[in-house]
Design a protein around this ligand. Structure first.
Ligand code: SF4
Ligand code: SF4
Ligand code: SF4
Length: 323
């Protein structure tokens, strides 16, 4: 796949369809694959990477990149296309300045799950019949492939590309997803158990802001949390109330716009399952206003930005099983 992508990028650069390419290159470690912009065939040949660790969604980078001169080629996995559509709908990207090549999605790997098996010094991986062969500085190790995949891929909602100019591979299909299972488990807890769960998770937060910075729904030019008068702009002044508030406020801000891309949880250095908070909002919006998938299209009105006469009364939220 990597070779096909490099060839496609070189062709589109050479025939003048695009001026730049956004893809990924290797960072310090084999599993540290980072978005990067390429301008020449030589750069692509030398540094472009697409492998089992290439999970990062490049859609958000297009907010800035699509406003520069010329056209940029973006390789988008199915989940990334939902983010891109949502950004188009919110007028955050300039659609005509982006040439989208849809590429197959995951499952992608989580290096932390490999390390949790005591496997370190990772140099590279190979998936052989769903056994992961891991080349390390200490020799070869193996583990079942599916035990190493990212949580966001384990609960994938769709392999369908919802926007593209051309495809490498198939358009793909929406999947029957189990993504709300854990949300249901949380709903079935008592209020105290749920509070303890979230306090346990959110108290680990170091307020690095990575979740906000990676989130395609968080593209405000001036974020409320960059206001030093807010009292919640960093970890130092935070007590447990403010610690919760950062996450609750952010979840409200992206409600109805979060595409469930899972990037917030993927990048969290404290492994906080933030997506569960947003998924709870998605589940509630679905049950209160009808099934809605943010980013599926660029024309529908989001339930929370819309009003219909048969919309539920807001009080219904308080009537439902609050313990
Ligand atoms: S990425 Fe994790 S640690 Fe960083 S601010 Fe978000 S929740 Fe906190
Ligand atoms: S809140 Fe998380 S899952 Fe939702 S769009 Fe942002 S990064 Fe993706
Ligand atoms: S947390 Fe709210 S204000 Fe900050 S970038 Fe996200 S949506 Fe915008």
């Amino acid at each position: 796949m990597q070779e096909a992508m490099i060839n496609k990028a070189k062709q589109l650069l050479a025939d003048g369809t695009v001026d730049r390419v956004i893809g990924w290159k290797r960072g310090e470690f084999a599993y540290d694959i980072t978005p990067a912009v390429f301008e020449t065939a030589e750069e692509l040949e030398k540094e472009f990477v697409f492998d089992d660790f290439t999970a990062a969604n490049v859609s958000k980078y297009l907010v800035k990149e699509s406003k520069k001169e010329g056209k940029i080629l973006a390789f988008l996995k199915p989940c990334d296309t939902y983010s891109f559509n949502q950004l188009t709908k919110e007028h955050r990207v300039v659609r005509e300045n982006v040439y989208i090549v849809g590429i197959p999605g995951g499952p992608k790997l989580d290096a932390e799950k490999i390390k949790a098996k005591g496997i370190t010094g990772i140099l590279g991986v190979k998936n052989e019949n769903y056994t992961l062969k891991i080349d390390t500085v200490y020799g070869e190790e193996t583990m079942p492939f599916y035990e190493a995949i990212l949580d966001k891929c384990a609960t994938c909602k769709s392999k369908k590309h919802v926007v593209y100019d051309e495809l490498i591979g198939d358009e793909g299909e929406v999947l029957d997803s189990n993504r709300f299972d854990m949300v249901e488990k949380l709903e079935n807890m008592t209020a105290q158990e749920r509070y303890d769960f979230w306090r346990g998770e959110l108290s680990k937060c170091i307020r690095c802001n990575a979740c906000r910075n990676v989130c395609p729904a968080c593209t405000c030019e001036k974020c409320v949390f960059d206001n030093p008068n807010s009292g919640v702009e960093n970890k130092a002044p935070a007590d447990s109330f403010e610690e919760n508030m950062f996450h609750i406020i952010r979840a409200f801000h992206v409600a109805g716009r979060c595409t469930d891309c899972g990037e917030c949880s993927r990048v969290c250095p404290q492994h906080i399952p933030l997506h569960l908070l947003n998924r709870k909002f998605i589940k509630d919006i679905n049950s209160l206003y009808g099934e809605y998938q943010a980013g599926e299209d660029t024309t529908s009105r989001a339930p929370l930005n819309d009003y219909k006469q048969d919309d539920c009364e807001t009080t219904v939220v308080h009537e439902r099983g609050v313990e």
